[in-house]
Design a protein around this ligand. Structure first.
Ligand code: CMC
Length: 434
């Protein structure tokens, strides 16, 4: 195969380099195209644009494959822990027992947040969405904890990483407790990362929380499969904002804001709300499917479709297995699960969904899993954010270490008015009279 692509523009021939990834993915390098031809490429929503090279996560949307640092997520979900997977993403290799124990100790040592941060929470209006609170809290962390310069020593970066990973989880649980007007529960040195989170969420002085290690495992798995997803919207936001050389906390805060959106990580909340609406309307999913197909109706089937996966999202069977396991263990049923299964069955057999390659994505069943753990619905996107944090950090770190990294600054094709003169205020005609 040629290592150059040929482009003919205005009768002139240009050769563009082709780059190839380790899994055979090919890309045409157009970075010099504008300089050489005066043309830019046009790709709204970056549907076909590679913004970087990356050695972190591999996705194959046609065959439903997802691997972190080469390891299939199915294996990580079976054997790993969230802390170990975070280490793998951030450092590139699975930790040795000593490395893991050092990393876990760092997370434990930095789990508390400054007491003055509680004042931020108390000034938020009741009912504020926890994702908005979390995003500003992460930005505020920088004022309380010294910033690490981008190209500093590994140990200093490790410290900031540990702070962020540990404190984000503490802040999330705090935001829940404070929003309920309950006493804040502090992290415990005795507990692991996931058990600690559940304990901070649900323990109370009047009713001690009894840790169920099957629920802890379900949370581990949920966070493992959420941990990275290559250049998705929030990760690209982290890289984009970080490319201006702003600090890590501000970059992560941008990622949280992006993840909040209903087309991205906010979809898990939207799915459960949609399933509730189906239940309240009698339980038949078909009218909702018809609405999703109607081009005049902005409604979309939440938890369906993906930019990259044109087949089943490989995270879905893992989540489904966890949902069944946890509901059985807790001896519970969830009426929304049956509605979700009926909706899935009807949608995947509908010609519109088949033609458009629309299958359930990770958010379709994750809300049901989180409900089984008693996580309130407005905390669902926050749960996703805690899981995605190691991915954001590793992608930020990779971009900072990349000698070819540039300021992210897309171009545009201008479609506004051409050159015209300024009109004095007294000569202007109001739009309605024109
Ligand atoms: N329901 C109905 N139609 C859909 C849906 C859906 N959920 N998703 C895509 N389509 C249709 C869309 O109308 C368009 O049809 P046509 O070509 O006839 O105009 C076609 O499929 C392509 O849609 P698109 O919006 O151009 O595709 P995209 O790659 O930009 O969209 C998506 C990806 C995830 C934004 C979209 O599928 C969607 O809105 N899904 C619902 C929200 C959701 O579940 N988001 C979670 C995504 S996975 C987790 C994560 O990223 O955090």
């Amino acid at each position: 195969m040629s290592d150059k692509a040929t482009l003919i523009l205005d009768g002139k021939t240009y050769e563009l380099p082709i780059i190839e990834g380790t899994e055979g993915e090919k890309a045409i390098d157009i970075s010099k195209l504008f300089k050489e031809t005066g043309y830019i490429t046009f790709d709204p929503g970056y549907v076909n644009t590679g913004s970087c090279t990356s050695a972190i996560t591999y996705m194959d949307g046609k065959n439903g494959i997802l691997r972190y640092r080469g390891i299939p997520i199915e294996q990580l979900a079976e054997h790993s822990t969230f802390v170990e997977t975070s280490y793998l993403l951030i450092h590139g290799e699975l930790p040795t027992p000593d490395e893991l124990s050092h990393f876990s100790s760092l997370l434990n040592d930095h789990s508390l947040v400054h007491e003055d941060m509680k004042a931020f929470f108390s000034n938020y209006p009741r009912g504020a969405h926890p994702m908005g609170i979390l995003s500003s809290m992460v930005n505020a962390l920088r004022a309380f904890y010294p910033e690490v310069p981008e190209r500093s020593h590994e140990e200093e970066i490790d410290l900031t990483v540990a702070r962020l990973l540990s404190k984000l989880r503490t802040l999330a649980a705090m935001s829940y407790k404070i929003s309920r007007g309950h006493l804040v529960i502090y992290p415990s040195h005795e507990l692991g990362y996931c058990a600690n989170f559940l304990n901070m969420m649900f323990d109370s002085p009047v009713k001690p929380y009894v840790i169920d290690y099957d629920v802890v495992r379900a949370l581990e798995v949920f966070w493992i499969i959420s941990a990275d997803h290559e250049q998705n919207c929030s990760t690209s936001a982290v890289r984009h904002v970080g490319s201006a050389r702003v600090n890590l906390y501000a970059s992560i805060s941008a990622g949280i804001s992006a993840l909040w959106g209903p087309l991205h990580g906010g979809a898990n909340q939207e799915v459960v709300e949609m399933l509730e609406r189906i239940k309240n309307s009698g339980g038949d999913p078909r009218p909702f499917i018809e609405r999703a197909k109607d081009k005049e109706d902005p409604f979309r089937l939440m938890g369906f479709g993906h930019r990259v996966y044109k087949t089943y999202d490989p995270r879905v069977p893992i989540i489904k297995k966890m949902v069944d396991r946890i509901l059985e263990k807790l001896e519970r049923t969830d009426p929304l699960l049956e509605i979700a299964q009926n909706l899935e069955e009807a949608a995947v057999n509908d010609p519109y969904f088949i033609e458009h390659d629309l299958y359930p994505n990770v958010d379709f069943y994750s809300g049901i899993l989180l409900r089984a753990m008693d996580i309130p619905v407005n905390m669902f996107p926050v749960m996703f954010a805690i899981g995605r944090l190691p991915g954001w950090i590793s992608q930020w770190k990779e971009s900072m270490d990349d000698p070819n990294q540039k300021l992210c600054r897309p171009r545009q094709v201008y479609t506004g008015p051409t050159n015209r003169d300024y009109i004095p205020r007294d000569k202007r005609i109001s739009r309605s009279k024109r």
